[in-house]
Design a protein around this ligand. Structure first.
Ligand SMILES: O=C(O)C(=O)C[C@@H](O)[C@H](O)[C@H](O)COP(=O)(O)O
Ligand SMILES: [Zn+2]
Length: 368
């Protein structure tokens, strides 16, 4: 088992290994004194892992409650958070009780946000079951929900007390959902680590065979230790960035490479295009535009497109620059009349560039 220590406003560990969910109760009881715990999960993950986690929490002495919501981005809203809060209040949860977020990025963000506001903040643990949640969203304490105006527009920085990443859970992921996490892993390579980018390129066939892969193929591939190593590398990068800039005022914004446009793609598609797929499109558009407009030395879009093609990501964007701009202007990296973009200088190095909001549409057009 690998351990990554994160020293942010809360100090916690991420444990990465196999068969960890069976002992979730034991690991959680080492950081949270057994009391009430509410497993928050969606209706798909619940059918696969809820019983395992439930039983191990009971065995460790917890009084276990379960809140299940409908899977998908449509549930990532304030109504779901409000229902979780009411459920915990009805069941007399106190400040010493906790939430266990069991699932992917949506579950972690929604459950974490509920934890951040219930009684002005209770503890929570992240039990990521998707590759995306493992490499990215379960660590760093960004929690939140979408508003009608756009993605993640309401939220809080609220760090978990533990992240328990059982890599065996990846074997139950449909390929498309797996890909969402691959996009985030590519992002880490592009912003800061050329070697990781090359590893992903090298291993794309044996780790993530193809969209036609059978479930058996996926099971064989995810048993590879290379995958654990990739999770380890991504989270170590994220840990270092979060420890330098937990509140996202500077260097952490690099983790948003491809996201300003990616979030706009998600929203314009009414969330039919999922997060990682939208970020993949966003990384390509930003790289192409940066080169065309002379904002970077190399045309990184070629390598990014090549990588995305290897994994069978659709790269074409179905929306116009005007449509994307309208949504992107609500991005959290906008401050008044300017917006900060994350641009690639070369693969393995990105930088932050402030532009005037009036120039955003021209920028996006150049990348389409
Ligand atoms: O943790 C971060 O910081 C990130 O930006 C990671 C992103 O991959 C993630 O999608 C995050 O939720 C986006 O945050 P937002 O601030 O753009 O809503
Ligand atoms: Zn993301």
């Amino acid at each position: 088992m690998e351990k990554i220590q994160i020293n942010a406003s809360r100090k916690y560990e991420m444990l990465i290994g196999r068969d960890l969910l069976t002992n979730a109760g034991k690991y959680i009881s080492e950081v949270i004194e057994p009391g009430k715990v509410c497993i928050v999960t969606d209706d798909v993950v619940s059918g696969i892992y809820k019983d395992t986690v439930f039983n191990s929490l009971v065995a460790a002495g917890f009084e276990v409650y379960v809140f299940v919501f409908e899977h998908g981005e449509k549930s990532k809203n304030i109504t779901t958070v409000s229902s979780i809060l009411e459920y915990m209040a009805e069941n007399d949860f106190t400040r010493s009780d906790a939430i266990a977020a069991l699932g992917g990025g949506i579950t972690g963000d929604v459950a974490g946000f509920a934890a951040s506001v219930f009684l002005r903040g209770i503890r929570f643990v992240q039990l990521p079951t998707t590759f995306l949640a493992a490499v990215d969203s379960s660590v760093g304490g960004k929690t939140g929900v979408n508003l009608k105006g756009g993605k993640n527009l309401a939220g809080a920085f609220w760090q978990p007390s533990l992240v328990l990443c059982d890599c065996n859970t990846f074997s139950t992921l449909p390929y498309e959902i797996f890909l969402d996490g691959v996009a985030e892993a590519i992002k880490y390579g592009a912003i800061i680590n050329r070697e990781l980018f090359d590893t992903l390129m090298l291993h794309n066939h044996d780790l993530f065979p193809s969209s036609e892969a059978s479930q058996k193929d996926i099971e064989n591939n995810v048993s590879s230790d290379v995958l654990i190593e990739i999770v380890n590398q991504c989270v170590t990068i994220k840990r270092d960035i979060v420890m330098e800039d937990e509140r996202d005022t500077g260097v952490r914004q690099l983790l948003n490479f491809g996201h300003t446009i990616g979030h706009a793609v998600e929203k314009c598609s009414n969330y039919a295009i999922t997060h990682g797929h939208a970020v993949a499109i966003g990384m390509f558009i930003v790289s192409k535009a940066s080169y065309k407009l002379g904002l970077c030395k190399m045309d990184c879009s070629l390598e990014i497109e090549n990588m995305l093609n290897k994994f069978n990501f659709p790269v074409a964007c179905p929306f116009t620059a005007a449509e994307l701009t309208q949504v992107a202007l609500k991005d959290k990296k906008r401050a008044g009349k300017s917006i900060t973009l994350v641009l690639p200088d070369y693969i393995g190095h990105c930088y932050l560039k402030k532009i005037n909001i009036e120039d955003l549409e021209t920028f996006i057009s150049a990348g389409l």
